[in-house]
Design a protein around this ligand. Structure first.
Ligand SMILES: Cc1cc2nc3c(=O)[nH]c(=O)nc-3n(C[C@H](O)[C@H](O)[C@H](O)COP(=O)(O)OP(=O)(O)OC[C@H]3O[C@@H](n4cnc5c(N)ncnc54)[C@H](O)[C@@H]3O)c2cc1C
Length: 394
């Protein structure tokens, strides 16, 4: 079996296929596993998957340990402060880790007994009755029984086997940018969020990182830019935040120097089926819920576990893929609903909404039962994160 993409979904799938006695190969476009990156949450059923992989203690050891966060005004005045779990929408045992650190842990679990092909990619796929002939960018040609696209929101495997991205990727009407910046505010595992009409900017520092991250969210109609045209992306970001107060100009100035600049639309992938013949999809490639859901990493972990388990349990490809869809679809859909709902709370449209929201947050912060109220607000995430009962496939 060939897996395209060595991130969260790809490495987890490789791990479980090996554990079920299969021999996957993983092809990754990047020259190596990428470390660092933004913080992601692992919640609910995904914690169970990590536990079954024996990697949960390492995840906890590398937790971001963000102690909490504050909402600030244009002049930097703190309006409300919350503890890390409330701020991050986490319950009890949920874990927050840098995406790259998680990727490294999952890769290390598999690197000794899985074939990884870095710096390469699938150029063409030809499906036949009994297999798929894959031509790689490097020129190599190999046969596989199944190909799984774990290559993210802009999946190349999906484009090759299912058709153009525009048929499946739905823009939610917002953009996100994130990159490393110097920690000029001296943050110590703390997050600051500034909210203006149509724009939310934040910065945070995590345990063991001498620097900080800056993240920008903004509402916008579709923008024209190339996925690899960084100069244009930086210009669009600067334009969206022109004239904005607080620390925004200083954070924006960090974009040009950042080695990890990221810019994309907030989008979801919606498909009627996650397989076509001998090609299947997992993680963001199949059911990206958007970063606003806070559940993309958990979906990738759970989806990979279920796909490997159902393929191994069925013994027959068609039955295994059908069972994967049956098990995963309600879970994926429950988590996808979080995306559009959350982003409306994260980016407020009008000055009036910003004023009301800041006043409410400030009030809740001072109320004796305020913490309970905030916990209630994150209840939908907890429910969606647990909306699947994992089978045991061994
Ligand atoms: C700014 C931001 C904030 C986020 N915050 C959170 C959060 O708080 N909580 C959360 O759960 N999730 C969050 N996410 C989402 C999370 O990162 C993704 O949902 C998750 O990483 C999906 O994993 P994946 O393995 O499916 O895809 P990806 O992580 O996108 O990985 C795809 C892999 O495929 C590789 N690849 C791409 N094209 C090719 C190709 N042609 N050939 C070979 N390899 C290829 C890529 O290099 C990459 O390694 C956030 C995402 C972003 C961008």
């Amino acid at each position: 079996m060939l897996i395209s993409g060595a991130s969260i979904a790809g490495t987890t799938l490789a791990y479980w296929l090996r554990r079920h006695g299969l021999t996957p190969t993983v092809v990754e476009r990047a020259p190596a596993i990428r470390d660092g990156g933004y913080k992601v949450d692992i919640r609910g059923a995904a914690l169970d998957v990590a536990d079954r992989m024996g990697v949960l203690p390492s995840i906890r050891a590398r937790r971001t340990d963000v102690r909490g966060g504050s909402i600030v005004t244009a002049t930097g005045r703190q309006v409300a402060a919350m503890d890390g779990d409330t701020f991050g929408g986490r319950h009890g045992g949920d874990a927050e880790i840098l995406r790259g650190d998680l990727n490294r842990l999952l890769y290390d679990l598999t690197k000794d007994d899985v074939e990884y092909l870095f710096d390469d990619s699938i150029a063409a796929l030809v499906q036949r009755g009994d297999g798929v002939q894959v031509t790689f960018e490097s020129g190599a040609v190999r046969d596989f029984d199944v190909v799984v696209g774990a290559d993210g929101l802009h999946s190349h495997t999906r484009a090759l086997a299912f058709g153009p991205e525009s048929s499946f990727v739905h823009d939610l009407g917002y953009y996100v940018s994130i990159f490393s910046v110097p920690n000029h505010l001296g943050l110590d595992r703390w997050e600051l969020t500034y909210v203006a009409p149509g724009r939310t900017a934040l910065t945070y520092s995590t345990a063991g990182d001498g620097g900080a991250k800056a993240m920008f969210l903004f509402a916008s109609p579709p923008l024209a830019y190339g996925h690899r045209d960084r100069a244009r992306q930086e210009a669009l970001l600067a334009e969206a935040y022109a004239g904005e107060g607080w620390e925004v100009p200083r954070l924006l100035a960090g974009a040009a120097q950042a080695g990890d600049f990221y810019f994309d639309s907030l989008s979801q992938v919606r498909m009627d089926s996650w397989s076509r013949g001998r090609v299947a999809l997992v993680g963001d490639a199949a059911y990206c819920a958007s970063p606003a859901s806070g559940q993309g990493t958990s979906l990738a972990l759970v989806g990979a576990y279920v796909l490997a388990g159902e393929l191994a349990a069925a013994g027959d490809l068609r039955a295994g893929l059908a069972a994967y869809e049956r098990e995963m679809r309600p879970f994926a859909e429950a988590n996808q609903k979080l995306g559009p709902a959350n982003i409306k709370r994260m980016v407020l449209r009008t000055r009036g909404q910003v004023r009301t929201s800041l006043a409410m947050l400030s009030l809740i912060n001072r109320l004796p039962g305020g913490k309970r109220l905030m916990a209630k607000a994150i209840e939908p995430i907890r429910r969606a994160a647990n909306a699947i009962t994992l089978k045991t496939y061994e």
